[in-house]
Design a protein around this ligand. Structure first.
Ligand code: F6P
Length: 557
C-alpha cells in the first residue's frame, strides 16, 4: 500500500478561499451576536445540527451563513474530504511513521471488509474484541480469579498518555454503569506517589493489573509495572504474577519478557494511534468497568459518528463544523486557547483526554511535506466541569482581554436524579452561554446600579466593572443522557474535529515527534542524578539544579 502523497498546498495566506475569508472577516467587522440574532429569527434553526438525540447549537458564534460557506470552501480547497476518504480507505496517511490510521476500523460493526493498509482487518479486530470482552466478563463474573482462588475486587490499569487518559475518562464518564463491577484504578505518573497511593488499601490477593502500553517500552509505565509486580510478589510470591497481570500491547516479545503470559495479552495494531486507542484492547479497563454490552454500545456510538463524518456534506458535518469554527477564531480573532466545559460531572476528564488528542495531534510547526507552517496551528486546550469552573476561571472568560471559544456539554437527563440538582446545573449551563454571547451593555449596567439605589460618582465608578462585553462564542452540545452510545459519539466527534483541523493546517495529526527530545534527555540525566554521570556535559542551569539536588538529597549527598 503506497503512502498518500503529501499535497503541495500553498500557504494559507495564498489560498483563494482563505483570502475570501479575510475580506469577509473585514466586512463582518465587529458584528455583535445581539445584532446577528436580531436580524435573523431563524438563526438557531439554521445554525444548529443534529445527529439522533445529539443537538449541536452553533448559533452563538460570530459567523453568518456566508462565513460557513466560505469555511467549507476552504476545507475543500485544503483537501479535507480527500484526506478523510483516504483515512477511511485505510491509506497510509501518517506519513512520517509510514502508517495507516485505522481507529475507525475498531468500531466498525461489520460486515466486512474493513480495509486498513490494504488488508481486510475486520476478522482480526473482531477476534481480539471478543477475546478481551470475554476476559472482561470473566473478571466481572468472578470466573477469572487470582492466585489464591479469590475473585478480583480491584483492577489497576498501568499506562500513560493514550494508554491512560481515554480509558480513565471513559470509566469516569460511565460511572453509573459500573455498579457491582470491580473498582478500576488508573496509575500513570512515574511519581511513586501515584502507585503508592493507589495500592495503599488494596489487597494483593484480589487485585488485577493491566499493563497498557502500545510499545511496551514507555519508561513510566514499565517502572510502575515493575513496582506493582514487586508489590504483588512480596505478598504472594513469584508464581502469582501470571494470574494477576494482563497486558494490552502491540509488542508481544516485550510483554512475555516482562513475565506476562501470552494468553493474558490482548493485541492491537500499529495503525491504532495511542491517543485513539481506547477502542482497542487498551479499552479493557472500560470493558471490565461497564461490561461487554456497554462497551459494544460505546463502539456503536463512535461508529455512528464515523458514518456521519464520512457521508455528510461539509456544510452539515458535525466534526467539520466544530473544526471550522475553531479555525475561524484562531485565524480571524486571534484566539490562542479553547475550553471544553462539560456541565456533566462524569465528564470531568473529558478535557484532559482531548488535551492529548488535540495538542499531541495538531501542536505542530511543520506541514506534512516538511515545510514550516506559516501561521498558528492547534489551540491550547483546557477545561473543567461546570459549575466548578464558574467559581474559578470564568471571570476571565467573561471580562478578560482574551477570546476563548468554549464548547459546553450537557445532558438533558441526569445520571443521578437528585432533588433540584439537575435543573440547577442546566440553568447554569444555559446562563453561561447566554452571558458569554450577549453580555451586559454599559446602559444595562448603569440601569441596574441605579435600580439598586446607587447614584452619582459611586454609580459611575462601578459602571465599567459591571459591563460584560459579550460576543464570546460558544457551542452547546446537548444530548439525552451520558450513556455509552452517546459517549462514543462525543469522543468520535472530537477526534474527527481534530482530524479536520489537522487537514486545514496540512499537518500530520498522527505522529508525535515533539515528545521524543525530553525522553532522550531524561535518559541522559538519570545516571547523573544517581551520581554516576559527569556534570560537565550539562548546561549551567541544569548543572546548578542537579548540584542543588545533590546537596539536599540524602541519596545524592
Ligand atoms: O506521550 C507520547 C506517547 O507516545 C503517546 O502518544 C502515547 O499515548 C503514550 O506515549 C504512551 O505510549 P505507550 O502506549 O506506547 O506506552
Amino acid at each position: 500500500m503506497p503512502k498518500t502523497r503529501p499535497p503541495a498546498l500553498p500557504p494559507l495566506s495564498e489560498s483563494p478561499a482563505f483570502q475570501a475569508l479575510q475580506s469577509h472577516a473585514a466586512e463582518l467587522g465587529q458584528v455583535s451576536l445581539r445584532t446577528l440574532f436580531a436580524e435573523d429569527p431563524k438563526r438557531f434553526e439554521q445554525h444548529s445540527l443534529r445527529l439522533g438525540d445529539l443537538l449541536v447549537d452553533t448559533s452563538k458564534h460570530l459567523v453568518t451563513a456566508r462565513t460557513l460557506e466560505l469555511l467549507a470552501e476552504l476545507a475543500r480547497e485544503r483537501g479535507l474530504e480527500s484526506l478523510r476518504d483516504a483515512m477511511f480507505a485505510g491509506e497510509r496517511i501518517n506519513l512520517t511513521e509510514d502508517r495507516a490510521v485505522g481507529h475507525f476500523a475498531l468500531r466498525h460493526p461489520g460486515p466486512g471488509p474493513v480495509v486498513v493498509d490494504g488488508r481486510d482487518v475486520h476478522g482480526d479486530v473482531r477476534q481480539v474484541l471478543e477475546q478481551f470482552l470475554a476476559f472482561a466478563e470473566d473478571v466481572r463474573a468472578g470466573r477469572r480469579r487470582g492466585h489464591g482462588g479469590q475473585t478480583f475486587t480491584d483492577v489497576v490499569n498501568i499506562g500513560i498518555g493514550g494508554s491512560d487518559l481515554g480509558p480513565a475518562m471513559a470509566v469516569m464518564a460511565l460511572a453509573p454503569y459500573t455498579v457491582g463491577a470491580p473498582k478500576v484504578h488508573f496509575v500513570s505518573n512515574v511519581d511513586g506517589s501515584h502507585l503508592w497511593e493507589t495500592l495503599r488499601g488494596l489487597d494483593p490477593v484480589r487485585t488485577l493489573f493491566l499493563v497498557a502500553s502500545k510499545t511496551f517500552t514507555t519508561q513510566e509505565t514499565l517502572a510502575n509495572a515493575r513496582s506493582a509486580r514487586a508489590w504483588l510478589v512480596a505478598a504472594l510470591g513469584e508464581g502469582a504474577v501470571g494470574d494477576h497481570f494482563a497486558a494490552l500491547s502491540t509488542n508481544e516479545r516485550a510483554v512475555v519478557a516482562f513475565g506476562i503470559r501470552a494468553d493474558n495479552m490482548f493485541a492491537f495494531w500499529d495503525w491504532v494511534g495511542g491517543r485513539y486507542s481506547l477502542w482497542s484492547s487498551i479499552g479493557l479497563s472500560i470493558a471490565i468497568a461497564v461490561g461487554a454490552q456497554n462497551f459494544r454500545a460505546l463502539l456503536a456510538g463512535a461508529h455512528s459518528m464515523d458514518r456521519h463524518f464520512a457521508e455528510t456534506p461539509l456544510e452539515r458535518n458535525l466534526p467539520a463544523r466544530l473544526a471550522l469554527l475553531g479555525f475561524w477564531y484562531i485565524h480571524f480573532h486571534g484566539a490562542e486557547s479553547a475550553a471544553i466545559l462539560p456541565y456533566d460531572q462524569n465528564l470531568s476528564r473529558f478535557a484532559a483526554h482531548f488535551q492529548q488528542v488535540d495538542m499531541e495531534s495538531n501542536g505542530k510547526g511543520v506541514q506534512r511535506d516538511g515545510r514550516p507552517v506559516n501561521g498558528p496551528t492547534g489551540p491550547i486546550l483546557w477545561g473543567e466541569p461546570g459549575t466548578n469552573g464558574q467559581h474559578a476561571f470564568y471571570q476571565l472568560l467573561h471580562q478578560g482581554t482574551r477570546m476563548v471559544p468554549c464548547e459546553f456539554l450537557a445532558a438533558v437527563e441526569p445520571s443521578h436524579p437528585l432533588g433540584e440538582h439537575h435543573p440547577l446545573l442546566l440553568s447554569n449551563f444555559l446562563a453561561q452561554t447566554q452571558a458569554l454571547a450577549f453580555g451586559k451593555t454599559e446602559a444595562e449596567a448603569r440601569r441596574e446600579l441605579d435600580d439598586a439605589g446607587l447614584r452619582g460618582a459611586a454609580l459611575e465608578a462601578l459602571v465599567p466593572h459591571k459591563v460584560f462585553p459579550g460576543n464570546r462564542p460558544s457551542t452547546s452540545l446537548f444530548y439525552r443522557r451520558l450513556d455509552p452510545h452517546t459517549l462514543g459519539q462525543l469522543i468520535a466527534l472530537f477526534e474527527h474535529k481534530v482530524f479536520c483541523q489537522g487537514a486545514l493546517w496540512n499537518v500530520n495529526s498522527f505522529d508525535q515527534w515533539g515528545v521524543e527530545l525530553g525522553k532522550a534527555l531524561a535518559n541522559r540525566i538519570l545516571p547523573v542524578l544517581r551520581g554516576e554521570g559527569d556534570l560537565g556535559g550539562l548546561d549551567a542551569s541544569t548543572r546548578g539544579l542537579v548540584e542543588h539536588f545533590r546537596s539536599l538529597s540524602t541519596a545524592g549527598g
